[in-house]
Design a protein around this ligand. Structure first.
Ligand code: DX5
Ligand code: ZN
Length: 224
């Protein structure tokens, strides 16, 4: 089990008129990365932000930007996000025909490469690529919106990814995205996750800094 669990607040649930303030607030509360949700209205029903906003965020963020591409044309547009300053780029296995190529492109640009699985996508789809990955992102909701309920089957899926990582000697870290709060955080960390993405649990809280800290406390609490 990892010592330090990374917390990546998702700014999808922040006030878009004050993104710079949101970044600063969570950095001061101990965020390890800033999670940026890019949606295209095609792979997922929602539309959010694109490369110009990633570039603007890069100017203010002191911690790395973790860019989650929920877009159908990642293979054509990944370069835009790398140029905009993404430090970590995660693509979806469901929409990448040439997964190995895009992972190489991301890493050759000096960024970390992640691959994400929707709730209905089997872990086995990662078998051949997992030794090359820096991150496996297990979606614990159907991507598209913040504030959805955590899907309980995600816990077994995280365990299955952890087994595959052990079997293949992969250096990948497991991240979980969707419905993470101070309750689900400890469950997913015990299952093998070492990076937690949380949007509404942080930004919809009355005190976002306190909410982030309680997720960290939950994540680092060992239940015997
Ligand atoms: C969902 C996004 C998530 C989202 C999580 O499609 O990928 O990053 O912001 O939101 P919460 O934490 O509210 O489930
Ligand atoms: Zn996300």
């Amino acid at each position: 089990m990892p010592g330090h669990v990374l917390i990546a607040p998702s700014i999808l649930s922040a006030d878009f008129m004050r993104l710079g303030d949101a970044v600063e607030l969570v950095e001061q509360a101990g965020a390890d990365l800033i999670h940026v949700d890019v949606m295209d209205g095609h792979f997922v029903p929602n539309l959010t932000i694109g490369p110009p906003i990633v570039k603007a965020l890069k100017r203010v963020a002191k911690v790395p930007l973790d860019v989650h591409l929920m877009i159908s044309n990642a293979e054509e547009s990944v370069g835009w996000y790398l140029d905009a300053g993404a430090d970590m780029v995660t693509v979806h296995v469901e929409v990448c025909n040439h997964l190995h190529r895009i992972v190489q492109t991301i890493q050759q640009a000096g960024a970390q490469a992640g691959v994400s699985l929707n709730p209905a996508t089997p872990v086995e789809t990662l078998r051949e690529i997992i030794p090359d990955l820096d991150l496996v992102l297990v979606m614990s909701v159907n991507p598209g919106f913040g504030g959805q309920a955590f899907i309980p089957q995600s816990v077994d899926k995280i365990k299955a990814v952890a087994r595959m990582i052990a079997e293949t000697g992969s250096p990948a870290r497991i991240a979980v995205d969707g419905g993470i709060d101070a309750v689900t955080a400890s469950t997913v960390v015990r299952a093998g996750a070492s990076m937690l993405i949380a949007g509404s649990a942080i930004f919809s809280a009355e005190d976002p800094a306190a909410a982030l800290r309680s997720i960290r406390t939950s994540a680092e609490t060992r239940v015997m």
